[in-house]
Design a protein around this ligand. Structure first.
Ligand SMILES: Nc1nc2c(ncn2[C@@H]2O[C@H](COP(=O)(O)OP(=O)(O)OP(=O)(O)O)[C@@H](O)[C@H]2O)c(=O)[nH]1
Ligand SMILES: [Mg+2]
Length: 479
């Protein structure tokens, strides 16, 4: 077989039809080192703060000061950096996030309401050795996207039919606290004939009730994660669209749905579900959630400790379900060029500055418990994984207190809710799953802190906790 035929065969096997364009992109990709890092995290897990801090540190990494464990920077091999995000139609609002953190008093970024992209170019000197034959310098382009965490949980819906989704929701609503919070809504469903012609506006009315239910379950004291459809909570440009008039049927599932009236709630909801998956979720997945090379999964473990066992179980299920939406595997050269897969995953417990330094190891351990099932599946694909507690932007400083003649490690900072300055002993992070009595005993009360003012000048290592280790693990081998 001639070379072009061989290549054609390979491309056909790979399912690529527009191959000249793919080939061009792939060659560019191979020469330039384009890396797409998936920043995965449920809502309020810390994605926007992580991306802002990562970008801010990397954009000053030629100074080699703030990331001691990121070898390329500390060895002085990053020679220049640039933020290329302005080339994107929806650039990540880095300056806006940084301005908020530099304000007086500083504040965290708002919850993300739309998708945005950031692209950083890092020009570096290659290590002495084989790679030098390709030239002394090279550039690594790092692409990241930020998006509302709520949208992430729509991805698993792509693999479910309307009926499967309803059955899954039925199982969720059969356990506490959903059963209690949704009691009225569930009772209302029992009285509905899903197959009969539905009065005008009923679907919208029932959706509104479902939306406020989801809102309630997202907030304290429940803090649940597995809330679908995510766009009901964060609609962005779809606010008011009939595509979002959608909720699951969890009571009275019809015996013979094929007899449904064309104007019945069953027909309307099934159609709305299919339209939502195809017109909202699939384009989001197709345009943004394929072709990642590396992944960081941000997990707010301390929130689950504060909120209790049902929050822990729900977040664990949400993460395991969600990670099925990504493609993992080892990258052969061919695959790396044409269809990259995630081949390294970092699970990160965020907000490690909410506990004292002697608890960071415990937080690593607790994170391991939380993501055990997800990690096992990913490892089966021979993908490297690691667990690490980190803080993208450190909001507290270490302090010492004396109690009964003993020194106690404490934290000092400003409370996020009141702004009041406090020094406190935040307590210990368990290394095993808490027993029922511990979950119910108010044993865990980790406080949220307001950010410390971010300097306009260069950042230092004390502005983060282990962010440099995260960067080294995720990207270090590429420099
Ligand atoms: N102390 C501390 N708090 C953090 C850190 N990162 C995030 N937070 C807290 O977590 C909250 C949520 O962080 P975001 O980065 O906005 O979370 P997100 O994942 O982007 O959330 P959505 O946009 O709603 O999906 C912030 O308002 C802070 O209170 C950190 O490194 N240290
Ligand atoms: Mg965000």
């Amino acid at each position: 077989m001639s070379i072009p035929n061989k290549l054609g065969g390979l491309i056909r096997q790979s399912g690529l039809t527009d191959w000249p364009e793919q080939l061009k992109m792939s060659v560019e990709r191979g020469m330039e080192q384009r890396v797409r890092l998936a920043v995965t995290g449920l809502s309020r897990s810390g994605k926007t703060v992580f991306i802002s801090a990562l970008a801010r540190h990397l954009l000053q990494s030629e100074q080699g000061r703030s990331l001691p464990f990121f070898a390329a920077a500390s060895e002085g091999r990053i020679v220049a950096t640039r933020d290329l995000s302005t080339e994107s139609p929806s650039p990540f609002p880095l300056q806006q996030c940084l301005a908020g953190l530099q304000a007086s008093p500083p504040h965290w970024p708002n919850s993300t309401e739309a998708l945005s992209e950031i692209r950083l170019a890092l020009r570096y000197r290659r290590k002495p050795g084989l790679g030098r034959a390709l030239g002394e310098h090279s550039t690594l382009y790092l692409d990241l996207i930020d998006y509302p965490g709520e949208w992430l949980l729509d991805l698993p819906m792509l693999t479910l039919s309307f009926e499967q989704w309803c059955k899954q929701q039925q199982a969720l609503f059969a356990s506490t606290p959903r059963t209690e919070v949704a009691a009225d809504w569930i009772a209302q469903q029992s009285g509905i004939d899903w197959l009969a012609p539905a009065p005008e506006g009923l679907r919208q009315q029932l959706t509104e009730r479902y939306r406020s239910l989801l809102q309630q379950l997202r907030e304290p004291p429940y803090n649940l994660s597995l809330l679908q459809p995510g766009r009901l909570l964060m609609p962005a440009e779809l606010a008011g669209s009939p595509l979002l008039d959608l909720f699951p049927i969890i009571q009275n599932w019809p015996e013979a749905p094929e007899n449904a009236d064309t104007n019945s709630l069953f027909t309307q909801l099934q159609q709305a579900y299919n339209d939502y998956c195809e017109q909202v979720v699939r384009p989001f997945y197709r345009n943004h959630f394929r072709h990642f090379d590396r992944q960081i999964v941000l997990v707010d473990c301390l929130k689950t400790l504060n909120s209790g066992e049902s929050c822990f179980n729900d977040m664990q299920l949400a993460l395991t379900t969600l990670l099925h939406s990504f493609q993992y595997g080892r990258n052969s050269l061919f695959r790396r060029l044409f269809r990259p897969r995630i081949n390294r995953v970092l699970f990160a417990a965020t907000k490690a500055d909410h506990v004292t330094a002697n608890q960071h190891h415990n937080l690593d351990q607790f994170l391991r418990l939380m993501i055990e099932a997800a990690q096992r599946e990913i490892r089966f694909e021979q993908v490297e994984t690691r667990c690490l507690a980190l803080s993208s932007l450190r909001a507290t400083e270490a302090a010492q207190a004396r109690l009964d003649g003993q020194h106690l490690s404490c934290l000092r900072g400003h409370r996020k809710d009141t702004g009041e300055e406090i020094a406190l002993f935040p307590g210990e992070v368990p290394t095993e799953l808490p027993r029922a009595e511990d979950w119910n005993s108010d044993r865990f009360r980790f406080v949220d802190f307001a950010p410390r003012p971010l300097p306009a000048g260069p950042l230092r290592p004390e502005h983060h906790i282990r962010l440099d280790q995260a960067i080294e693990y995720l990207l270090g081998d590429l420099f």
